[in-house]
Design a binder for this molecule. Structure first.
Ligand SMILES: NC(=O)c1ccc[n+]([C@@H]2O[C@H](COP(=O)([O-])OP(=O)(O)OC[C@H]3O[C@@H](n4cnc5c(N)ncnc54)[C@H](OP(=O)(O)O)[C@@H]3O)[C@@H](O)[C@H]2O)c1
Length: 310
């Protein structure tokens, strides 16, 4: 299988690379070789390499900056996936594309105002430019008629790259007090778990004789997320408590105060509720869904192991 993998300098792309089947021929160009905002370059890359599968974790992910760089965000999050899908369709290839909880308005609740997890068929209504461009990318892939899996995930972190988890660890080493938003709810997802889960699905595809029937039966939009629910402040507390247990702080843990999002204004509006129901993906692919705290422990533990190895 020939796989074109984007975004390997990012959290998820970096995590995917070692999980891909050893038998696959993988082409994973960096931005210097393939700029996704360059449509002609992207088409050429695909027609030259002729992938059987495109895996696209690359994205414009600077959520606040996207408010003032909408054209650039649209080029990478909407136009590039549209081109990938169009070229994949011509080649008879498939695409695994990642999307986001930010396609939803984040206000799904029951009559008692308890947050309810979104299902894939819920109405989308992104609150910000990033969410709108990611939704446009999804829509273009679906409209192209190509074989696709669109995996919506949320709150991605890793011990590699730029993310909330590493920011909290850094701040915990520098400060005695932290103020973190506590009225936005969701589920953190480790890039490593997301990559492993994607590749479990990929193995199922590889083992199938009739791959076009497989895409017909299994293709579509899915939520790919760990289980459980937290808010950013509680997530920060858990990161710091576990890091302290692992001896990663080197000083007493800071005190964490929960604050409403209104006290931490950002350029882009954030959803209050990012919870995603994962029954569809777990049923379809017999995928075991771990608790988010177990993935966090694994991620922190891998940092300790790497530290001792270094
Ligand atoms: N991060 C989250 O919390 C989160 C939440 C929900 C969904 N998602 C989705 O999950 C997926 C993976 O996210 P992530 O956190 O792994 O992203 P990330 O760490 O920000 O990585 C993004 C990747 O995209 C590449 N990229 C951006 N613009 C490019 C361009 N013009 N040409 C070529 N490459 C370009 C980056 O390359 P450079 O290093 O060269 O910039 C980087 O490798 C994305 O689809 C994202 O929308 C993420």
């Amino acid at each position: 299988m020939r796989i074109l993998l984007t975004g390997t300098s990012g959290q998820l792309g970096h995590a995917l690379l070692p999980h891909l089947p050893a038998t696959a021929i993988v082409h994973a160009p960096q931005r210097a070789e393939l700029d996704l905002s360059n449509a002609a370059q992207l088409r050429l890359c695909i027609t030259d390499f002729k992938p059987d599968l495109i895996i696209n974790p690359a994205a414009y992910t600077a959520v606040d900056l996207a408010e003032s760089e909408a054209a650039q965000a649209h080029a990478i999050n909407a136009i590039a996936p549209a081109i990938m899908a169009e070229e994949a369709h011509k080649l008879g290839a498939g695409i695994i594309h990642y999307s986001t909880d930010y396609v939803y308005a984040g206000d799904k609740a029951d009559a008692e105002a308890n947050w309810q997890a979104y299902v894939e068929t819920d109405v989308t209504a992104p609150l910000n430019v990033y969410g709108k461009t990611k939704l446009a990318g999804e829509q273009a892939i679906i409209a192209s008629g190509c074989q696709h899996l669109i995996l919506r995930t949320s709150w991605v972190y890793s011990n590699f790259g730029k993310n909330f988890f590493l920011t909290m660890l850094k701040l915990a080493r520098e400060r005695d007090q932290l103020r973190v938003v506590n009225d936005q709810w969701g589920t953190p997802n480790s890039a490593d778990w997301l990559a492993g889960a994607t590749c479990e699905i990929l193995v199922q595809l590889q083992q199938t004789q009739d791959q076009s029937s497989w895409w017909q039966e299994f293709g579509g939009v899915y939520h790919l997320s760990a289980a459980g629910k937290t808010n950013w402040s509680a997530f920060a507390s858990r990161i710091i408590a576990l890091a302290d247990e692992e001896g990663l702080l080197g000083k007493p843990a800071p005190a964490i105060t929960g604050i409403p999002g209104s006290e931490y204004p950002t350029a882009a509006a954030r959803p209050h509720n990012s919870l995603m129901n994962t029954r569809k993906i777990s049923d379809k692919f017999k995928l075991a869904i771990p608790d988010w705290e177990d993935c966090l422990r694994t991620c922190l533990h891998s940092m300790v192991t790497q530290h001792y190895k270094a």
